[in-house]
Ligand binder design. Structure first.
Ligand SMILES: [Zn+2]
Ligand SMILES: [Zn+2]
Length: 274
């Protein structure tokens, strides 16, 4: 069976309340051997706890917890304590995120976004966790803040749903980041992005769905789900002149080595952190 990893999904969302078990099962059937579920929303509403709960419920589902730039204005001491508690309680929590800057929606004031981004980068570093970074229309500020805050850090992170320039890609690769592509790469108008994808070092590539958003071609308009990460792999394989199997293997190996995980190909009882 082919192996793929959905390195960024939001399957704890209410969009899946009616059929979450089937969604996870369909992913398995499609060859998706692991999913990283990312908690978002008001950090003091129980949303992060819920993201971890969902990860704990299924085999080979991991979690990231952090405060999204949209909710930066809601980040406080209590939120930091909740995140720390989840990291301590659950071995499924493998990253701090998603954190970053979103100047497209500006749901939180930009100065607050920048401050909260820096604070979480420092906290993740103290907790010895890699970060999952969300960056939209904020290329320069993202790279500058990462450079300042992660100087000398060994853990790096993941630039999720990458949509930036080649220069940005090269800057973050230098900082030890993985570059994760989502369904956007399959969109007709994404020619520039496909060109960037052609130049990412092979050992830095990740694939993701960011579901329920960003449904890849040819399923646009429908709810997205982890099984669809295969479409992202297909597109990336074509761009890079590989088979979809090779692309799956490469990105899965990148994921397991980056996070230090052991994931068995078939269902197993002891997939665990090394
Ligand atoms: Zn995001
Ligand atoms: Zn996301």
């Amino acid at each position: 069976m082919n192996q793929f990893v959905d390195s960024h999904a939001h399957i704890d969302g209410k969009e899946y309340d009616a059929d979450r078990d089937e969604v996870v099962e369909r992913a398995r059937e499609a060859g998706v051997c692991a999913i990283l579920n990312v908690g978002t929303g008001d950090p003091n509403s129980g949303s992060l706890e819920r993201a971890v709960e969902v990860a704990e419920k299924y085999e080979n589902v991991y979690a990231a917890v952090g405060v999204h730039p949209h909710d930066a204005r809601l980040f406080d001491e209590m939120a930091a304590r909740r995140i720390h508690a989840l990291i301590k309680e659950s071995s499924r929590v493998i990253a701090w995120g998603e954190i970053g800057l979103d100047y497209h929606y500006d749901n939180s004031p930009r100065d607050v976004q920048r401050e909260v981004f820096r604070r979480q980068l420092r906290l993740a570093r103290e907790a010895d966790l890699p970060v999952i970074v969300h960056s939209r229309e904020a290329e320069d500020d993202t790279v500058n803040i990462l450079r300042e805050e992660l100087k000398g850090s060994a853990r790096g992170g993941v630039m999720h749903c990458f949509s930036g320039s080649r220069a940005m890609m090269e800057s973050v690769v230098e900082l030890g980041f993985m570059i994760s592509f989502a369904g956007v790469i399959t969109f007709k108008k994404a020619e520039d992005l496909r060109d960037v994808a052609r130049h990412v070092p092979p050992e830095r590539l990740f694939i993701e769905t960011d579901c329920p958003y960003l449904t890849p071609v040819p399923f646009r308009g429908k709810r997205n789900e982890p099984a669809r990460v295969v479409e992202v792999a297909k597109c990336l394989a074509e761009i890079r002149g590989l088979t979809v199997e090779e692309m799956g293997r490469q990105t899965t190996a990148n994921f397991t080595s980056f996070f230090g995980l052991q994931i068995s190909e078939e269902k197993s009882e002891n997939a665990s952190k090394l």
